[in-house]
Design a protein around this ligand. Structure first.
Ligand code: PDD
Length: 276
């Protein structure tokens, strides 16, 4: 696979960074995951804007690569050939001479981009496929989940807890309210209404989340952005997750709660999938 590193397009297995890169030593960086369907970048402008916002919020300077991001992605798309691809873009504060919390002045950010083939959504191929399995966990993450940081220990640690059952996704909750998945946003269909945790909570403003809300509103389906307590979640008719590389995927089980089985044609998640 071809990749991009600091101005060069090269084979991914030829891309090397220093172990003193701050992304490696401090998780000091931000990222984006951008899907590309049949050669077309999906919601690219929204992703670019969020990347710029993440850089501003973390005081990591912009670089020319970010200004030319679409050109770089399309060049990689051409070379990697897959019809559908998911691009991973990572920008760190740069490489220190010696490890130090305070970076040297005028450090040059490290920009790494790679892509992988984007598999077709399994729930589009088989809408009757059993939904994903989810485990509930206390949200122990930092207070700036609005920033798309590469420092994802809080999101990933529990997936490696040998004492816990392995699942497809983790749903975080705090003070009895759900926030988001470890790598997705959450939608709940409860008593005929669609809910999703509001951005006032400590969650990532998902690009797919906002696209779904807009599309639902265009189709006169109200989405209530609000707090959702665990009782509502565990009594809901449908739950689904959204993300750039998963689009929309239904949930079949949350801890011991088994969601009701419904025909896709009668399901809200399946209606939402039609927006992609
Ligand atoms: N994850 N919340 C979190 C914590 C995420 O990591 C993601 C995306 C989302 C969904 O955001 P979006 O719709 O903009 O992709 C919500 C990406 C896909 C990842 O880490 O692979």
């Amino acid at each position: 696979m071809w990749a991009y590193l600091n101005g060069q397009i090269l084979k991914e297995d030829q891309a090397f960074i220093s172990p003193l890169d701050r992304g490696f030593t401090f998780g000091d960086g931000v990222y984006e995951v951008i899907p590309c369907y049949a050669g077309k970048l999906f919601l690219f402008e929204d992703h670019l804007k969020r990347l710029q916002t993440s850089l501003e919020k973390t005081f990591i300077p912009f670089t020319d690569d970010i200004q030319n991001l679409d050109k770089i992605l399309l060049e990689l798309q051409k070379r990697n050939k897959f019809l559908n691809q998911s691009f991973y873009i990572q920008v760190t504060r740069g490489t220190d001479v010696v490890r130090s919390h305070q970076a040297e002045k005028n450090l040059k950010p490290t920009v790494f981009i790679t892509s992988q083939e984007l598999q077709e959504n399994p729930f589009r191929i088989n809408p009757n496929k059993k939904g994903i399995k989810v485990r509930l966990e206390e949200d122990i993450r930092w207070h700036r989940c609005d920033i798309k940081t590469i420092a994802l220990m809080g999101n990933t640690m529990t997936l490696h807890d040998p004492s816990k059952p392995s699942v497809d996704e983790i749903f975080f909750h705090k003070d009895g309210m759900i926030s988001e998945g470890s790598k997705s946003n959450i939608f709940v269909f409860y008593k005929g209404q669609v809910f999703t945790p509001s951005l006032r909570q400590n969650i990532l403003p998902g690009i797919t989340r906002s696209y779904i809300i807009k599309e639902m509103q265009k189709n006169n389906i109200e989405v209530i952005e609000s707090e959702i307590n665990l009782e509502k979640l565990l009594a809901s008719e449908e739950v689904w997750v959204s993300s750039s590389n998963k689009q929309v995927q239904p949930v079949s089980k949350i801890n011991e709660y088994i969601l009701p089985i419904k025909e896709p044609k009668d399901s809200m998640w399946y209606k939402v999938l039609e927006f992609f």
